[in-house]
Design a binder for this molecule. Structure first.
Ligand code: NAD
Length: 487
């Protein structure tokens, strides 16, 4: 399928194992790189959301009764079917999200991998038993599914972020109503069809496309939803958590980040510079986990700064469907304008612009939301690039005198998602890993997320964990059972 095949794509909601015809209000989707009309998708009303939740609620007891092994087998079949459809999904994701073909392929291979990972964990979900609580009294702890899970995700990685929730939620016996961002409905709708064809029973996965204030809020406040698994911005996440408080719903929040990277004198500077460039410009800088602030020791700063700026300057900006493009567009005009404000204010605060700092002049890119890869040296410590989340291809770098200063500045952010440190010293790396206030620290490693390890932030980056066996704690309730053996 080519990108043009998805032009004027039209899709209704996916409820009870089947697509519905497009009816009522709709969302108009445009390609962020070209401004072309991609298609129309349903904008779900509260009544539509109610139908989806009721379908998930009706399907949940039978899904839970199947047991872990059977659900694991179905998840494995889903992962296999998803993988087999990657080539079909790539142009769809590129068209609606804007990312490059290479980035779409990476995302679309990673997402089924996460489903396969959880399929493989189906025999590892364990409870606890305690024999002899008292004479003749034994106890045990069992995990029970929560019920209907609302999975709300943003537009930057529509499939991986959803599969991070689907893997543990479905394996544990919950059913799901997914709400993608209102600008990226199509990949998710198609994915729901593929997973249902692969064996998910009707109602186990429903998709409501629509806006946050209408479809999102109807989902979060629906009385039959027992858990809200939210990924998105901090202000929306906090609002969602407040709404979910009524009804005492479980909530996990995977929110924004402003991940620091500390580069020490003894680091492999070439590898650190590559990791900074990759970590900042991947997905056009629109990733929650990304290198968003660099602190480099003064003695090696010149070399590192020159290398990062040179790498940024060499990146080829282009429309996602251009096979040579290395940096696609921002996802929306609003994202572009926000980035411009942050960069301009950070330069005005005293930052030195080393590369980029503007929209590209290329006429072929005039209809998209493009911005040149940008590096800024030493903006003020209270400038937007220091204190806000920068969700685009712009990297601030600060020279620091020592590790104490680097750690203090790294921790000065309101966010606490990821971080990284580059050094050959065991003492330094262990100290940084122990002292940084965040959920993940990479030591001499690019910022790659592993399904095996729990992932989740602190502070304004949210709470709860996805990935790892720890995710089971957020998709099950642990129930205590006491048995008195003697009468
Ligand atoms: P957003 O908060 O605006 O939207 C996220 C989702 O919430 C969308 O589906 C949206 O429609 C929905 N939504 C919006 N208003 C709602 C409401 N009132 N009720 C219910 N749902 C509502 O986020 P965004 O700006 O589109 O996404 C980018 C943000 O996501 C960044 O801050 C990024 O760091 C964060 N993010 C975090 C992670 C993580 O795992 N921590 C991963 C990816 C992105």
């Amino acid at each position: 399928m080519s990108t043009t095949d998805v032009i004027a794509f039209e899709r209704g909601l996916f409820i009870d194992g089947a697509p519905r015809p497009l009816a009522g209000e709709s969302l108009c989707i445009t390609n962020p790189g070209t401004g072309e009309h991609v298609g129309r998708a349903a904008s779900a009303s509260a009544a539509d959301v109610d139908a989806a939740v009721r379908s998930a609620h009706a399907a949940q007891p039978a899904w839970a009764r199947l047991g872990y092994s059977a659900r694991g087998e179905i998840l494995a079949a889903c992962a296999e079917a998803f993988e087999a459809h990657v080539d079909e999904l790539v142009p769809l994701l590129v068209a609606e999200q804007g990312k490059t073909i290479r980035e779409a392929k990476i995302e679309l291979h990673k997402a089924p991998d996460t489903l396969a990972h959880y399929a493989g964990m189906s025999k590892e979900v364990r409870g606890v038993s305690v024999a002899g609580l008292a004479p003749g009294v034994d106890g045990r702890v069992i995990r029970r599914p929560l019920g209907v899970v609302a999975a709300i995700v943003p537009w930057n990685f529509p499939t991986t972020l959803l599969c991070n929730k689907l893997g543990p939620a479905l394996l544990c016996g919950n059913t799901v109503v997914a709400k993608p961002a209102d600008t990226t409905p199509f990949t998710t709708l198609r994915l729901a069809e593929i997973l249902t064809e692969a064996g998910l029973p009707p109602g186990v996965l429903n998709v409501v496309t629509g806006t946050g204030p209408v479809a999102g809020e109807a989902l979060v406040t629906h009385p039959l939803v027992r858990k809200v698994a939210f990924t998105g911005s901090t202000p929306t996440g906090e609002h969602v958590a407040a709404l979910a408080a009524k009804g005492s719903k479980r909530v996990t929040l995977e929110l924004g980040g402003s991940d620091p990277m500390i580069i020490c004198e003894d680091a492999d500077l070439a590898k650190a510079a590559s990791a900074a460039s990759m970590g900042r410009f991947y997905n056009c800088g629109q990733a929650c986990l990304a290198i968003k602030r660099v602190y480099v020791m003064d003695s090696v700063a010149d070399q590192v700064i020159e290398s990062i700026a040179a790498k940024a300057g060499r990146l080829r900006v282009g429309i996602g469907s251009d096979p040579d493009a290395q940096l696609g567009p921002l996802h929306s005009r609003a994202q572009l304008e926000q980035l411009e404000r942050q960069v301009d204010a950070s330069i005005a605060s005293g930052g030195e612009l080393l590369v980029g700092g503007r929209r590209p002049g290329d006429e072929a890119l005039a209809n998209g939301h493009f911005y040149e890869p940008t590096v800024i040296l030493d903006p003020a410590k209270d400038s937007p690039m220091a204190v806000e989340e920068v969700f685009g291809p712009a990297l601030p770098i600060w020279r620091v005198a020592d590790l104490d200063e680097a750690i203090a500045l790294a921790n000065s952010s309101e966010f606490g998602l990821g971080s990284s440190v580059w050094t050959q010293s065991l003492q330094t790396s262990e100290r940084v890993a122990a002292e940084l206030d965040c959920g993940y620290t990479w030591i001499n490693s690019p910022t790659k997320v592993y399904d095996e390890l729990p992932f989740g932030g602190l502070k304004a980056s949210g709470y709860g964990k996805e990935h790892g066996s720890e995710a089971f704690d957020f998709y099950t309730d642990k129930k205590s059972i006491v048995v008195k053996r003697t009468l």
